[in-house]
Each structure stands twice: as structure tokens, then as C-alpha cells.
Design a protein around this ligand. Sequence first.
Ligand code: ATP
Ligand code: MG
Length: 153
Amino acid sequence: MEQTLIILKPDAVQRRLIGKILQRFEDKGLRIAAMKFMRISRPLAERHYEVHKGKPFYPGLIEYITSGPVIVMVLAGPQIVAVTRKMMGKTFGFEAEPGTIRGDFGISRTLNLVHGSDAPETAQKEISLYFSKDEMVEFAMCDEPWSIQKENV
Ligand code: ATP
Ligand code: MG
């Protein structure tokens, strides 16, 4: 099944929004394949956001993502990258649609609460930055026969 890397960023943790954001992903019927609470080091942040190196917002972005602990998780499900990106909403809180995580909980440009991989290939690269193979948990959710049609997997 397709996987994505989701990060509940330092502002989500500090604003005690972990439960509310996680609830949305659980309600959608996604499976958690790995999860940890950690602080992202500067070298790891630089690897994660290397595509943005040189952009004006890059220094502030590295500062922000390393500024406090985060929840990092791998979610699995059909079309998971597209589904989670849709649930997150547009990058900037002031542009994100109501009903999305960024649209409902934030109004900032950089402090946008949540990260989600932007393509299945990016997801695999990002997952390997944060999780070793033995930290991934393989199992089936008991409601999968009722929530996921086989042809969609
Ligand atoms: P993410 O990769 O964190 O899921 P995204 O894919 O929606 O977000 P990107 O274009 O990859 O957006 O930007 C990475 C992060 O850099 C954004 O989430 C935001 O925190 C920050 N960012 C992006 N563009 C700007 C900008 N113009 N000004 C300030 N911060 C920005
Ligand atoms: Mg991105």
C-alpha cells in the first residue's frame, strides 16, 4: 500500500494540536505504519529540505523545523500522498481552504503545522531519513475489509 511521511511540526506540538490533527487522519481510515516523537537535528532538517536550499525562506524554515519537538509518522493507504496533501490544504494558512488542517488551525506562511510528502517517490526518500526498516510496523487494521476496496489498494 502507498506510504507517506507526515510531520506534526513544532507549532502543532506547542499548540497542543497533536490529538486533533491525528484524529483527522484516523477518521479518514488511514493506517499508521511508524511513529515517533523527536527533535529534528539541523543536519537532518537540511537533508529533508535540501530542495529549498538557497531560497529566501530557507534559513527561517530550518530554524522553525528544529525549534522544538515534532511527531513524525508514516501513514499508509490508497492514494495516501494525494489524500493527505488534500487534507493538509495549501502551504500557507491564509490560503488553505477551511476544512483542511492548515485552513482550520493556522494563518501563517512558515508555521503551517504539518508536513506531508509531495509524491510517492519523495515519500520513500523522506521515510528513509527518519525510520529504519525495523521501526516500520507491518500489520492490517481490523476494519480494512470494510473501509478499503481491494481494487483501490
Ligand atoms: P511541506 O514540504 O512542509 O509539507 P509544502 O510542500 O506545502 O510544505 P513547500 O513548498 O515544500 O511546501 O515548502 C516547505 C515549507 O517551507 C512550507 O511548509 C513552509 O513551512 C515553508 N515555506 C514555503 N514557502 C515559503 C515562503 N514563501 N515563505 C516562508 N515560508 C515558506
Ligand atoms: Mg514540500
